[in-house]
Design a protein around this ligand. Sequence first.
Ligand SMILES: C[S@@+](CC[C@H](N)C(=O)[O-])C[C@H]1O[C@@H](n2cnc3c(N)ncnc32)[C@H](O)[C@@H]1O
Length: 540
Amino acid sequence: MTGVRGGGLDDETLQRLRSRATQLLLKEDWREYIAVCSRIVDGAAADRRVLCSALAHRADARARLGDSAAALADCEAALAADPVHLGALLSKGKILRGLGRYALAADCFRAAALAAGGGCGADEARELFEQCRRLEAQARSGAVDLSEWVLAGFAGKCPDLAEYVGPVEVRRSARGGRGVFAVKNVEAGATLMMAKAVAIGRGVLQDTTDGGEKMVVWKDFVDRVLDAAEKCPRTAALIHTLSTGEERQDDLVVPEMALFRQELEGLSLTDDTNMVMQGTREVLDVDRILKVLDVNCLTEDAPAADVLGNNGVVNCGVGLWILPSFINHSCHPNARRTHVGDHAIVHASRDIKAGEEITFPYFDVLVPVSKRREASRAWGFECRCDRCRFESEDFTLKQEILKSENDLVNGGDMGALVVRLEEKMRKSMVKERGKAFLRASLWSAYSAVYDSDKLVRKWGRRAPSEALVAENIADAVGGNENVLRAMLRGSKDANGCGNRLEVEDKVVRIGRATYGKVVKRHAMRALFRLTLDANNNVKV
Ligand SMILES: C[S@@+](CC[C@H](N)C(=O)[O-])C[C@H]1O[C@@H](n2cnc3c(N)ncnc32)[C@H](O)[C@@H]1O
């Protein structure tokens, strides 16, 4: 005779359901798997052991589908029945880790390690406990070291990263709407924030890819954002804080910083924030999300972005990162971002003073002011940064700037252009910052000279050295790969840039401003090699 479980499942049925669940698990058919687990849960109410493991398994599957709230509810139900259930503790810890609640996750893994004793699961629990402690420290300090991974040639899984909100605050910006501001002085290279994407769309595209494949990546990405917003009220609330591009700038609400911190529960939020958290499900429709994505998506191959660890694969990567979405554009930027897996790390690309607005370039800023104006209009705004104002309003230089831009378009001897511009700047006593702005704008003329042995022979003595120009631009426009490459090349004959040690220091400084302090000095050399090897059309 077969035994009958309290809730009505006999042994034979239970065995059948378990075999079915194993098949579905192997096929990763999570929806069916959840349905089978639910049948076991419903039928095994009186058998605590069976009930708890079915709940823990269902929690795992629900978490895989992104339904963290339902997954956590399953874990709580299992732990209410058996507070030291190993599977439920591990599942709960993993879900909390995924939500960035590292301290609570570490508590679960500690309890799981104790529950496992020396037996099966103990090593995994201890390892997860250590990982969550590391992530918790990262989330507090932002201290990350990617050096080992870089030195290993980005082999293996990319390092685990936490979310981090550094010394920054969202405030009203003079550019209109909101912007992100430094709340204390920040050194070039320092991490300002680390954000995990709400969702990412990636495709490995051929060089010849047409728009169709990109559309598939985009559609897939949009579906993921919609899914994430539907399943998680916090994600929906965060998306709701972003601009759709249709509001009056003055109507845009400045969100509380607490909203961006993962350890949201436990913090006291103002009524405004609570209202945002509670009221978003109703107002966050597909149409609104699409508009938000239009204004706020970042692409991995954009200017001011480095992707670490893609090992040269041609990638089309688009994503939504909430806090970085509040960063405005400037042609005189002070920040860059590094993409590691699904995380965007934003760092200072030059020294930033407390109170200064954090900006990164939305488009290539090593081009003349007229081109930048076109690009900002395509984005739907008029850039009025100090560099744009200097280049469009300085009366003494206006003619020279126009002529240089024309020469650039029409081709010809770029050496003559560079020497004439340098002469004009010298005569007009343009300050170092102004020189940097103009050299950055006419960067393609300068690099055409440095790239050509013939032009260097012809104009080299009258044009400033490559390293000197690179250093000058990096001081004003911030470190970036083009400037770094020029500094690396120019440092071999860095006349005017100091002795060997001084030049080496300058190279490292620009390297740090370009890649951030997440890569230490000894590992930066590997990135320098990649920078030098990269083909010439690498982004800013
Ligand atoms: C990713 S959002 C940046 C945050 C936005 N300011 C807000 O309040 O939500 C991009 C939008 O910000 C505005 N923006 C960004 N940089 C700007 C700039 N330099 N000048 C004027 N508007 C800018 C534009 O409306 C742009 O479409």
